[in-house]
Design a binder for this molecule. Sequence first.
Ligand SMILES: Nc1ncnc2c1ncn2[C@@H]1O[C@H](COP(=O)(O)OP(=O)(O)OP(=O)(O)O)[C@@H](O)[C@H]1O
Ligand SMILES: [Mg+2]
Length: 253
Amino acid sequence: MTAMLQASRIWKSFGDHVVLKGVDLAVERGEVVAVLGPSGSGKSTLLRCLNFLETPDSGSVTLGDERIGVLEKQGTLYESTPVQLAAQRARMGMVFQRFNLFGHMSALDNVTAPLRIVRGMSPSDARQRGEAILTRVGLAEHAQKRPPQLSGGQQQRVAIARAIAMEPEAILFDEPTSALDPELVHEVLDVMADLAREGMTMVVVTHEIGFARHVASRVLFMDDGAIVEEGDARAVLDSPANPRTQAFLAKVR
Ligand SMILES: Nc1ncnc2c1ncn2[C@@H]1O[C@H](COP(=O)(O)OP(=O)(O)OP(=O)(O)O)[C@@H](O)[C@H]1O
Ligand SMILES: [Mg+2]
């Protein structure tokens, strides 16, 4: 079976700094993969290469049966146009550490704007879907508030709602809770755990070992631009084989 999201031999450098060294990643439909690793190991860069927010220097990414960032015409590969790339990116949601919401728009408008603008949905259909999804993430009564009127945990749930609303095939999360006050972390992790239970395909860069243990099916450990260990979440977390994984886990626990 081919994986739903597959990255092969991804290399990426910034200047002469080689940040990703031939990373392979395959994520099955409905799988939740947690990506752990020290700062600077390339986790965010890998995530950003998956949806071509960064263009890999070489390697390929496929989602379903479509190459991301590249079009094949009669055996020749062409770079996707910005419009084509935007359409491909819309198939993968992305949730960032710092929410990236529009501060001047209500929570509801943050969720519905991409539905109207990217999907061409009517305002009333978009509002209906937006309200239903805000309810799902526990924010029904906050729909009309703007991000500055919401807590960090609530803002991150708006960002997750915005991603879900687009009905993506997978959602990529880059440290979604690391900008939050500790007491707000669980409300965001709970929403993510619900999503996982509903079968969403997720790649989650996180330092939340508890989340990785209980929600992820698989853990990848990155160090210095490479995946140095991967496997069943509990197996890797309870008895890591690689000394670098061992050292990292000893520090974050
Ligand atoms: N746009 C960029 N230009 C230059 N260097 C970059 C750029 N993005 C990332 N890097 C460098 O690439 C390396 C990997 O960065 P990346 O953000 O992927 O690490 P990370 O594992 O996500 O770290 P953290 O846990 O701190 O978020 C770092 O040394 C970083 O400074
Ligand atoms: Mg990062």
